[in-house]
Design a protein around this ligand. Structure first.
Ligand code: SF4
Ligand code: SF4
Length: 182
């Protein structure tokens, strides 16, 4: 069976239920640590989006018809799903018939604050050309800040690796997703 076929066999409601149970089992300190990381990630991502809009990203990407989302199949991480679950919300169901399972008809179905690191930090050549030197440095600084937060999560919970949730799930099998072991 190919990797893509295995991925489409993931039972989404079962996966979400498993994650909810594991989240509920975290003690108060761990839960607060996770909430703080996720809040920080959301805040940095909103700032990055301000920069993206400032350089005309909305219009440029609409004209390009979201070409880079054709490479996004493995960008979503456990961290992005936890952003929903810790707020008591359900992440949208992935659609594996699309090039990226979160690419809807009108673009990405994930809100800015819960979009993957690889997507939110990607300013293609065309967008980069619109950045002043000061804004380029700002982008670099925010990228590093954001990466540190994602890495902190991945260090505590290896399934939150930046390689993406679908790859992590293949490795874990039936094991605990919020496990602190490698
Ligand atoms: S970031 Fe660049 S490649 Fe991606 S959709 Fe926007 S313009 Fe196109
Ligand atoms: S998660 Fe969203 S922004 Fe990232 S590749 Fe998929 S559709 Fe594009």
């Amino acid at each position: 069976m190919s990797k893509e076929q295995k991925i489409t066999l993931i039972d989404w409601p079962t996966l979400l239920q498993k994650l909810r149970v594991e989240l509920d089992a975290l003690d108060g300190t761990d839960r607060q640590w996770l909430r703080d990381r996720l809040d920080s990630i959301a805040a940095i991502q909103l700032e990055l989006d301000d920069l993206f809009r400032l350089v005309g990203g909305l219009q440029v990407c609409a004209e390009c018809d979201g070409a880079c989302c054709g490479c996004g199949r493995h960008h979503v991480t456990l961290t992005n799903l936890l952003g929903y679950l810790i707020a008591g919300e359900d992440p949208p169901s992935p659609d594996f018939t699309r090039t990226c399972p979160y690419l809807g008809k009108g673009g990405c179905v994930l809100p800015v604050a819960r979009r993957p690191y690889n997507c939110i930090t990607f300013f293609c050549e065309q967008l980069e050309e619109n950045l002043s030197e000061e804004k380029r440095q700002q982008l670099c600084f925010m990228d590093q800040q954001l990466r540190r937060e994602y890495q902190a999560l991945a260090e505590r919970y290896p399934a939150a690796s930046l390689r993406g949730i679908w790859i992590a799930l293949e490795r874990i099998g039936d094991g605990e997703i919020l496990s602190t072991k490698q």
